[in-house]
Write a protein that binds this ligand. Structure first.
Ligand code: G6P
Length: 612
């Protein structure tokens, strides 16, 4: 949530900052700004709206500080405190104009900080919590920026990832983190600090990840790290494995469409080297349980938010079916706050594309505190959840930029299937059954390609329904979480009110809403329960609701009598969520495109939700 960047080197800072913000725009896009330091003076440009607008303001600027600087910082915002206008946009200056800072996270005690500062005649001009922090840093300043930063941070309650500089010390950037990620890219005679690897990879692959309460001081001599007591700390430089092209849209109209079409490759990467056909199992080196350890697992709890939670539900079904281990999925915030019962025999799986979602991270900490074995299932390498869980599986889906998650979902499901297979083979599943499932997992890229080949057909269906304002998605068994995910995709990017329901549950209330204006996407794939779902779709039709039937190849008769049909490959129930969700992603995408929506940056949303 929100993107931060800082640059210190020999090149034009303003250009690098604006380009970095463009790459992080998916983290927040309601306002943005950059500040540069040149010749002992700070230049600042802010803009309410997207990065494109900021770029125009920067290009038109005649401020020498911006034109010639090789040191600066910037921010793209997802508003929490205060409307998305220019005053509330970051970077924030202190009252003297000598200190400037960009902040991610929430300063929870900002009101009392502001009150304290007011007693010394220091007035804040914005409605943000962040401004209180830069004012406090300036107030604590006594000739050394990092000391002022650590003094101020000791007084702060909440979360922060910050980059700050002052014209009193023009060759220095200070960054710090607690709960909001900060990565430092070490380049050739230059340093790029950011909240997100995507802003760093065009410049360097060598990265240092700050831990909570770390502070980094970036000067011409390099990067020095301290804790808030000024004791030196040392963090290893790791190599980031994403290449910068992966974070570009190429010829696609939107990142979301690109990422939908990338799914065959993303799944290939997620499963590469992880299937053992001879033993009919999977090799997940990050889940290093011995068969004896695996046998001790009494229950699997999957925690996540949004799309990740829906993927976790597919995992719950697969783990129960393949391994016979009781499994449950739970919204991460609910898990964290309701004092869950966790035993040392529980395996808690935290599932998160970004690895930074605040509620999922809090659930991880709670589960660890209660003694559970915790594993992370993340896409972003080196992310906080991945590091704090210590064991787990990376998705290797590549950077996902579109705010609506697509390839991360399918890779999460593929990895959950492999996890279920591994647990299953350690228990009751036969080698033969395991081999069959492995072979189907291996075929996933091909199954997805078959769905992608129907893009035009799905687009035609989408265009028929683009004007409706309400929709339902129904499914059962493994397709119930897919119905939830299909509805989530549609509402996120098209702003159509869409609900995912269990096919059997519709008649317990929501059926009252059905009319000729309420299309129902019915998942009627050839899996157990199909006949009953067809019956439920008939009930919708009887209430005049148009039904879009999703059916398996070779079983087109299941769509008879309904308004529209989308065909997906015939496959076993645990495999079906993946090709089916791809069809629903395309349906949502084309509906949103027909409505002229901002697909990659839907209103009010952010890709990485680092506040609770
Ligand atoms: C946000 C995103 C969703 C995502 C959810 C969880 O709401 O917009 O696409 O599913 O966060 O994110 P995570 O990174 O934990 O998977």
């Amino acid at each position: 949530m929100c993107g931060i960047i800082g640059y210190f080197g020999k090149r034009n800072a303003a250009e690098i900052l604006v380009d970095g913000l463009r790459r992080m725009e998916y983290r927040g896009y309601d306002s943005a700004g950059i500040a540069c330091l040149n010749d002992g003076r700070i230049g600042l440009v802010k803009n309410a709206g997207k990065i494109k607008g900021l770029r125009e303001r920067v290009d038109a600027s005649e401020q020498a500080e911006l034109l010639h600087a090789t040191l600066g910082l910037g921010h793209t915002r997802w508003a929490t405190h205060g409307a998305p206008n220019e005053i509330n946009a970051h970077p924030h200056l202190d009252a003297s104009g000598h200190f400037v800072m960009a902040h991610n996270g929430i300063i929870e005690n900002y009101k009392s900080i502001k009150e304290g500062l007011a007693k010394h005649g220091i007035k804040c001009v914005s409605e943000t919590d962040s401004e209180a922090l830069v004012q406090l840093i300036a107030y604590c300043y006594n000739g050394n920026l990092e000391k002022a930063v650590s003094e101020a941070l000791k007084k702060v309650k909440g979360t922060y990832g910050i980059v700050v500089m002052t014209d009193h010390e023009p060759g220095k950037l200070v960054a710090a983190r607690c709960g909001s990620p900060i990565v430092i890219g070490i380049g050739n005679n230059e340093t790029v600090v950011a909240s997100d690897a995507s802003a760093i990879i065009p410049h360097t692959r060598d990265a240092l990840y700050l831990e909570d309460y770390d502070m980094a001081v970036i000067t011409a001599d390099g990067v020095q790290m301290f804790d808030l007591q000024h004791a030196p700390v040392s963090r290893d430089v790791t190599e980031m494995d994403w290449d910068s092209d992966a974070a570009e849209k190429g010829d696609y109209a939107h990142f979301m469409l690109k990422e939908i079409f990338e799914q065959p490759d993303a799944i290939r990467n997620a499963i590469r080297g992880r299937l053992d056909f001879d033993m009919g199992t999977s090799i997940l080196s990050g889940l290093d349980f011995s068969p004896r350890d695996a046998a001790q697992i009494g229950r699997v709890l999957v925690v996540g938010c949004g799309t990740s939670m829906n993927a976790g539900m597919v995992g719950e079904y697969a783990i129960e079916e393949m391994a016979g281990i009781p499994a449950e999925v739970e919204q991460a915030a609910e898990f964290r706050y309701r004092n869950p019962i966790v035993t040392p025999h529980d395996l808690v799986v935290a599932i998160s594309q970004s690895g930074e979602t605040a509620d999922t991270l809090a659930a991880v900490r709670e589960a660890k505190h209660k003694g559970a074995v915790v594993a992370g299932l993340c896409n972003v390498v080196g992310s906080t959840i991945a590091r704090e869980t210590g064991r787990g599986v990376y998705l290797h889906a590549g950077p996902e930029i579109g705010v609506a998650s697509t390839k991360a979902f399918t890779c999460q499901v593929a990895v959950m299937l492999m996890m279920a297979l591994k647990l299953g083979r350690g228990r009751r599943m036969t080698r033969h059954e395991g081999e069959k499932i492995s072979r189907w997992i291996e075929r996933l890229p091909e199954l997805i390609e078959k769905v992608l080949a129907q893009d035009e057909t799905i687009k035609a269906v989408a265009q028929k329904y683009a004007d409706h304002e309400n929709a339902f998605f129904i499914g059962r068994g493994y397709l119930y979480p897919v119905a939830l995910e299909g509805a989530l995709k549609l509402k996120e990017i098209s702003y159509i009110h869409a609900e995912g329901y269990h096919a059997a549950e519709l008649k317990h209330g929501p059926i009252a809403l059905l009319s000729e204006n309420t299309p129902v996407v019915a998942l009627l794939n050839n899996i157990p329960g199909k006949e009953k779902s067809i019956g439920n779709a008939e009930e919708c039709k009887a209430r005049k609701a148009p039904v879009i039937a999703v059916v398996s190849e070779g079983d087109e008769a299941a769509a008879e009598g309904f308004n529209d049909m989308i065909v997906v490959p015939d496959c076993p129930p645990c495999i079906a969520p993946i090709p089916t969700v791809v069809a629903l992603q395309l349906l949502s995408y084309h509906i949103a495109a027909a409505r002229g929506c901002e697909i990659d940056q839907p209103r009010n949303l952010a890709k990485s939700v680092t506040v609770e």
